[in-house]
Every structure is written in C-alpha cells, then in structure tokens.
Design a protein around this ligand. Structure first.
Ligand code: SAM
Ligand code: 2KA
Ligand code: SF4
Ligand code: MG
Length: 213
C-alpha cells in the first residue's frame, strides 16, 4: 500500500493574475480545496469568520481538479504553462497554506516556476515562497507580519480590519481591493480612502472586468 500524501485541488487553470502588484501577468492558478475561515457552504456563510468570499473552493470537481501526489501536482502545473517567459504559479484556494508545503514548493521550483501564494495570513508562510500576498480578515488572528503585498478587502466594518491596523507591517505594497458584493459598489469608497491615505493603492479584480477566470 502506498502512503504518499495527496493534495486536494479544486481546480487548476492558466490565466492572468487579476489582482495586486502582479496584475496582468500570465499565471497558472492552483486552487486548493478548503479554508479555515469558512466551510464554503452558503448556509454557513453568516456564521463564518470570513463572510464575503467570492470563491467556490469545495471539493475537487473543478477544471483539472482532483487528488494529486507531489509529482502529479507539480506536473499538472507544468503542463498548463504554455512555454516562454518566467513560469509563474499562484497558489490560492480556499486557504492554500492548509496544504501547500516545502516539498511541493521545491517540486514547482525544480520545474522552473516562481511560486506565489494568496493567503489569509492566519498560517505561517513557508520561507521558500517567492511572492507572498496576505489578505487579512476581521477576527481571524493575523500571524503573518510581512510579505510582498498586503491586499485588504475594503470595507470591513470590524475594528481589527481597518487599514490603519496594518500600515506598520513589513510589506512592500499596500492595496485596498473593493469588496465585491451584490447590491453595493465599493469602488468609490476605496478610491476615496486611497486618495486620503497615499500609502495605499487600489487593486481592482481586473479578471472580472476582462471576463476571464
Ligand atoms: C478567495 S481568496 C483565497 C486565498 C486566501 N484564502 C485569502 O483569503 O487570501 C483570494 C483573494 O480574493 C479576495 N476576495 C475574496 N472575496 C472577495 C470579494 N468578495 N471581493 C473582493 N475580494 C475578495 C481575498 O481577500 C483574497 O485576496
Ligand atoms: N485571474 C484571477 N486572478 C486572481 N487573483 C487572485 C485570485 C484568487 O482567487 O485567489 C484570482 C482569480 O481567481 N483569478
Ligand atoms: S479566507 Fe479566503 S478562501 Fe477563505 S473564505 Fe475568506 S476569502 Fe474565501
Ligand atoms: Mg478569485
């Protein structure tokens, strides 16, 4: 019997990074199943720590989803890269750091990839990751104090998720990203905050504007 661990992947696809400082860059997205701040079920949304998630991260039924061993997972990512440029993979979810570990990062590096992560900041980040995007959530217990970009969804009403809370942390870029919610456009408020607080820049979800994944 083989006891090799497997990674649960919701979906994997080739697109452009839509958000933050790397927006517009070609990337393979590797979306891990599951999150520690929401079950992913609509009936649990109101009682979840993170209530505004725009993503389906349940199960393994998306494009290229499944349970993969280390080499299968890294080969899946490699197979989605078209060739040329600097291969770039964005590990997201769900919360990717529930599963993404040093062996998988190493396997992706060996295949030539620069490895990025999108994380909610509640789990320590392996030092091998090349690009760290932290998106803090109210009442979630931030444990990551630095990285490449901090990308805060705005607005969040809770005191511990106000932008001022984060400006002393060790990040290269500070972004406010308008919360995508039905019945309200949060872009104007986000623009106003950034104009009043020039340390912050706006991050739009440009993939939604462009109509790509
Ligand atoms: C789906 S999360 C997955 C990664 C990780 N769990 C996290 O929260 O950073 C990817 C990114 O989408 C952002 N996001 C989720 N729901 C959003 C929404 N309704 N509007 C704007 N950004 C959102 C998150 O804050 C995060 O930056
Ligand atoms: N194109 C594109 N860019 C993204 N940046 C962060 C995303 C995410 O869901 O983590 C995302 C996504 O789902 N699609
Ligand atoms: S932490 Fe990230 S994946 Fe989890 S529910 Fe919130 S936005 Fe979605
Ligand atoms: Mg997304």
């Amino acid at each position: 019997m083989s006891s090799e661990r497997t990674y649960k992947i919701k979906e994997a696809f080739y697109t452009l990074q839509g958000e933050g400082a790397q927006a517009g860059r070609a990337a393979v997205f590797l979306r891990f199943t599951g999150c520690n701040l929401w079950s992913g079920r609509e009936e649990d949304r109101h009682s979840a720590v993170c209530k505004f998630c725009d993503t389906d991260f349940i199960g393994t039924n998306g494009t290229n989803g499944g349970r993969y061993t280390l080499d299968q997972c890294a080969d899946l990512v490699l197979g989605l890269w078209p060739g040329g440029g600097k291969p770039y993979v964005v590990c997201t979810g769900g919360e990717p750091l529930l599963q993404l570990d040093e062996p998988l990062i190493d396997a992706l590096h060996k295949r030539g990839f620069e490895v990025a992560v999108e994380t909610n900041g509640t789990i320590p980040v392996p030092s091998e990751i090349d690009w760290v995007c932290v998106s803090p959530k109210a009442d979630a217990g931030l444990v990551v104090a630095g990285g490449d970009e901090l990308k805060l969804v705005y607005p969040q009403t809770e005191a511990d998720a106000q932008p001022e809370r984060f400006t002393q942390l060790n990040f290269q870029h500070f972004f406010l990203q308008p919360k995508d919610e039905t019945g309200r456009d949060n872009t104007t408020a986000t623009v106003a905050y950034c104009m009043e607080h020039p340390q912050w820049r706006v991050s739009l979800q440009t993939h939604k504007i462009m109509g790509i994944e």
